[in-house]
Design a protein around this ligand. Structure first.
Ligand code: AMP
Length: 230
């Protein structure tokens, strides 16, 4: 990994999306990317890429991810720091799935403090746990462009074909099984939900009811982001 000692460039906006698996963090991050030109940084996507590439980090993370547990802070931080060194982050970032532990949140604060930056907003997507299992078990993504779909809530216009890029290879995640989802929800409540209080204490927490339609949540989030990046 090259990120360990490198200095980060100043990032104009840093937004965090908090919420349990299935809350819509990835979906909303992609909307924000398109709308504001920000870059989505999903540690889950970065880890899945490391697993697919067979890197040392990927090998260490694979079984942990499949079981629905959290990957070690050390691996996640190394992967995130490497990603933050790429030039596109200078447009501003939406952190999706990071931080997930207090140690990660503190490490992020230290990283930003080193370049005099701050978090613009940490937005907590408020959802009902019970509905998350249904949401997650029906979801899949386009293997070409990553656009997300759902068996019940968001079908492509032509079955099996991506509306966005025309790709026909759809993928389901290995950790979207009922068992792993239960573990992921537990991990969220035990290790990540305390970050709501953490960011409240830092004065940058926004809470957003997120059980509604994707467009309605996106519209409310847009207002929060405009306010927070002013
Ligand atoms: P996600 O795509 O955000 O749902 O993440 C999928 C899986 O990757 C999680 O269940 C964890 O095993 C792992 N993961 C992603 N982000 C983190 C993180 N910030 N800390 C620890 N594990 C993570």
């Amino acid at each position: 990994m090259s990120g360990a000692g490198a200095t980060l460039e100043v990032v104009p906006a840093v937004l965090i999306l908090l919420g349990p698996p299935g809350a819509g963090k990835g979906t909303q991050a992609r909307v924000l990317e398109e709308r504001f030109g920000l870059v989505q940084l999903s540690t889950g996507d970065l880890l899945r890429a490391a697993v697919a590439a067979g890197t040392e980090a990927g090998k260490a993370a694979k079984a942990v991810m499949e079981a629905g547990d959290l990957v070690s802070d050390e691996i996640v931080l190394a992967i995130l720091k490497d990603r933050l060194l790429e030039p596109d982050v200078s447009k501003g970032v939406i952190l999706d799935g990071f931080p997930r532990t207090t140690a990660q949140a503190e490490a992020l604060d230290d990283l930003l403090a080193a370049t005099g930056q701050r978090i613009n907003a940490a937005v907590s997507l408020e959802v009902d746990d019970a509905a998350m299992v249904t949401r997650i078990s029906g979801r899949y993504t386009c293997g070409g462009c990553g656009e997300g779909y759902h068996d019940s809530f968001k079908k492509p216009a032509v079955a099996g074909t991506c509306d966005k890029c025309g790709g026909t290879e759809m993928k389901r995640r290995a950790d979207d099984t009922a068992e792993a989802v239960a573990t992921r929800l537990q991990a969220y409540h035990a290790q990540t939900a305390p970050l709501i209080t953490y960011y409240e204490g830092r004065g940058c927490l926004e809470t957003l009811p997120a059980m509604g339609a994707i467009e309605d949540v996106a519209a409310a989030l847009k207002g929060i982001v405009e306010q927070a990046t002013r």
